[in-house]
Design a protein around this ligand. Structure first.
Ligand code: GAP
Length: 519
């Protein structure tokens, strides 16, 4: 674990050193849990958004896009339930004066029991080798049974307390489990209180009677309030979806772990409208499609898992997360929710407008049910960097840091380098760049030795480096060097663009995804 935390620290430093992520307004010592994306970060973030948009809006004939405003009429948030129920349960340690989320403290405690069980199993696996029967071991080993019983007990109490909004019961679990503050080491806890996560501001001047408005805590409501606009103007027939990418804001109290939990972040959300009663079948289809989207990026199937929710949000009748194995454990990257007809019905009630769909096949009107897929751009970004960050020892005692990013997400696709800064080589390099730069993000580098230039590109995850040398001037061949294997090949200069295109245009991934399209 300590080793993993070490890797995470290095990753954060790497992000800054190589222009991926900077603390916001750093010259003023930064702003808590707010970050800026640098020259490489913004390219990678745009690539993530494009990969999502293409897979959702372009591949699926029945999904269209939307770009709703961040500011919305304040009644939106009353109707959606966020004014009354978008809360975190908070607890303070009286000695350290630090504030924590009570639910997070308990979930971390549950994870500790899981870790203990995992350790026992791994020990036994090593001992018994191929003969090891995990199911039998789980059912009979006294250590595993003891830890599992403790885990199940706290898990049950936790689910019940969260579902009943019983803050005293949450506190009691923390006390009974002897959970201490990591700073003070004491269990001197206050009561648990609810804290609303929405940021408020005012619109208009106070003289006019300013209106209190909120920064949206999710992009989803912009889709719901536009349901009729899009359905009618787009002549959309159920089932269909509306997708949107945009900023969301939450006044997170426990804002740690870099860009994992931010106060200003970006979401890619899609609401899929279906007939009432058919929502569970669509929920399963969207689970499969979204999981395939993640796995298609080639970061290792074993690094993904589903995690069903213990406590359903106020609007959901089923919910699951797609989790990725981060350096600090499996963590949620995407949520998939069956939101019932809650949002459309609430907006109909609060606006006084009829928000329904006339189904020509059934010859009746109804309020559609909704399946939502909601992924954080920043979490996706972090998960890709965490999976890609690799320190390698090379032959001859050398070492390198390389980001083994999926080529489709890499900020720079190809770097072109003249071997020397003279003899017409820079001009030839620019000639090649000019043929590619509108299609791919390319980089030109003529400074330092070729070895150093390769390392610089490895550090930002550039999948291809192309070197122009004197032979190029004679026979139009270049050396192409592959990031992950570091192998080099002599190829025709005319073949470069095609190699880069094939590796980065996503056609292979989209072919896999087409087999799982949601129809
Ligand atoms: N509309 C549903 C919704 O907003 P959510 O589970 O609260 O659901 C969806 O958020 C996704 O947004 C999460 O899976 C996560 O990737 C991202 N997200 C949520 N809060 C975040 C935060 N404070 N910082 C970064 N990403 C966040």
């Amino acid at each position: 674990m300590a080793q993993q935390e070490d890797v995470f620290k290095k990753l954060v430093a790497h992000c800054k050193e190589y222009g991926f992520v900077f603390p916001s307004s750093e010259i003023y010592d930064g702003l808590g849990a707010v970050y800026d994306y640098g020259q490489n970060g913004v390219e990678m973030k745009n690539n993530i958004k494009k990969y999502w948009w293409d897979a959702m809006v372009k591949l699926n004939d029945n999904i269209v896009g939307l770009d709703a405003a961040i500011f919305m009429h304040p009644t939106t948030w009353k109707a959606s339930g966020h004014v009354d129920a978008f809360n975190d349960p908070l607890i303070d340690n009286r000695d350290s004066k630090k504030r924590y989320r009570a639910d997070v403290l308990i979930e971390e405690q549950i994870a500790k029991y899981d870790d203990k069980i995992e350790k026992e199993i791994n020990k036994a696996k090593k001992k018994f080798g191929d003969a090891f029967d995990e199911a039998k071991f789980r059912a009979t080993n006294p250590n595993v049974l003891r830890e599992q019983a403790k885990r199940d007990d706290i898990h049950k109490r936790y689910s019940e307390a969260m579902n009943a909004n019983d803050l005293e019961a949450l506190r009691q679990i923390i006390v009974d489990e002897k959970i201490v503050c990591p700073i003070s080491g004491t269990a001197n806890w206050t009561d648990v209180r609810q804290f609303n996560l929405m940021f408020q501001t005012e619109m208009g001047s106070t003289a006019d009677g300013a209106m209190k408005i909120y920064l949206r805590p999710e992009t989803a409501q912009g889709i719901f309030v536009n349901f009729l606009n899009v359905q009618k103007t787009g002549r959309m027939k159920l089932p269909f979806g509306i997708a949107q990418i945009g900023k969301a804001f939450r006044n997170e109290i426990v804002a740690r772990q870099f860009i994992f939990r931010m106060r200003e972040f970006e979401q890619m959300e899609m609401q899929f409208f279906v007939r009432p009663g058919e929502e569970m079948q669509w929920f399963e289809k969207w689970k499969a499609f979204r999981m395939q989207w993640h796995k298609s990026l080639g970061m290792g199937d074993e690094n993904y898992r589903f995690h069903d929710h213990d406590k359903l949000a106020h609007y959901a009748n089923a919910a699951t997360d797609i989790e990725y194995r981060m350096p600090f454990g499996f963590k949620e990257v995407e949520g998939i929710h069956s939101r019932t007809d809650f949002d459309l019905s609430q907006h109909a009630k609060y606006s006084g407008k009829k928000i329904q769909y006339f189904d020509p096949e059934l010859n009746e009107s109804y309020t559609p049910y909704v399946i939502e897929t909601s992924i954080g751009v920043d979490r996706m970004f972090l998960s890709m960097l965490a999976g890609a960050y690799t320190e390698e020892q090379l032959e001859g005692g050398d070492s390198r840091v390389v980001l083994k990013l999926p080529a489709i997400l890499a900020p720079v696709k190809v770097a072109v380098m003249p071997l020397v800064k003279k003899d017409g080589l820079p001009e030839k390099a620019h000639e090649l760049l000019d043929t590619m730069k509108l299609e791919f993000n390319c980089r030109y580098d003529e400074k330092d030795s070729i070895g150093k230039r390769y390392r610089r590109q490895d550090a930002i995850g550039t999948p291809f480096c192309v070197t122009i040398d004197h032979q190029t001037l004679e026979d139009n061949t270049v050396t192409i060097r592959y990031r992950d294997t570091m192998q080099q090949e002599r190829i025709s200069i005319n073949a470069v663009a095609d190699i880069v295109r094939k590796a980065t245009n996503g056609h292979e991934q989209f072919k896999q995804l087409m087999t799982k399209l949601v129809k």
